[in-house]
Design a protein around this ligand. Structure first.
Ligand code: ATP
Ligand SMILES: O=P(O)(O)O[C@@H]1O[C@H]([C@H](O)CO)[C@@H](O)[C@H](O)[C@@H]1O
Length: 161
């Protein structure tokens, strides 16, 4: 796909419901920061996409990501740059952002059939799960790929300088 092709997967939040409605179902949704992409991310996104007909990714805005406390200089990549990298993946159908601390409000606007996170989350404890199961959707975790995280990658790069 040309750059112009994958850039069209990136949509403003207000336009996301209409774009999602045109995607093949069932629609799978996940969210996160995806600051520095790694093998764990791409494996997880491919498995998430395989659960349905389309995969929508909700990215934390920079302001939202900063509030997660991953580090004083995180995110290293700005929200538009993170969106472009995610949109370039074959597994991903649509990318948008959310500015809140959690994607719960965005999920209530999009109402995907399936909600997923990586195996570092206990899905039973998430407000996202309560919301999605409340309207008849499914919520599940994708197995964690051990040894891959942005934080450890950044630490290794810094230690090697
Ligand atoms: N190694 C991995 N295997 C499977 N899923 C993963 C892995 N790392 C992250 N994920 C999933 O990818 C999504 C985005 O995660 P996130 O951006 O927090 O990655 P991360 O590498 O853990 O970053 P950080 O170290 O900055 O917290 C989350 O849903 C998370 O569950
Ligand atoms: O990239 P992360 O840190 O895995 O993404 C976070 O996921 C949280 C999760 O959905 C539990 O609520 C979310 O609240 C947070 O805003 C990040 O997207």
């Amino acid at each position: 796909m040309s750059e112009a092709g994958f850039l069209s997967k990136i949509v403003a939040r207000r336009d996301a419901p209409a774009r999602l409605a045109a995607l093949p179902g069932p629609v799978v949704f996940t969210n996160g920061v995806f600051d520095v992409l790694h093998r764990g991310h791409v494996t997880y996104l491919a498995q998430a996409r395989a659960l349905g007909g389309s995969l929508v990714v909700g990215l934390n805005t920079d302001a939202s990501a900063r509030r997660l406390g991953k580090g004083p200089d995180r995110p290293l990549n700005a929200e538009h740059d993170r969106a472009i990298v995610i949109a370039a993946l074959e597994s991903v159908s649509l990318v948008t952002w959310f500015d809140e601390d959690t994607p719960v409000q965005l999920l209530s606007e999009l109402r995907p059939q399936v909600y997923v996170k990586g195996g570092d989350y206990d899905m039973r404890t998430l407000a996202e799960t309560a919301l999605v199961e409340g309207y008849g959707g499914r919520s599940l975790a994708i197995p964690f790929v051990d040894g891959y995280s942005t934080t450890t990658l950044v630490q290794r790069i810094r230690a090697s300088r």
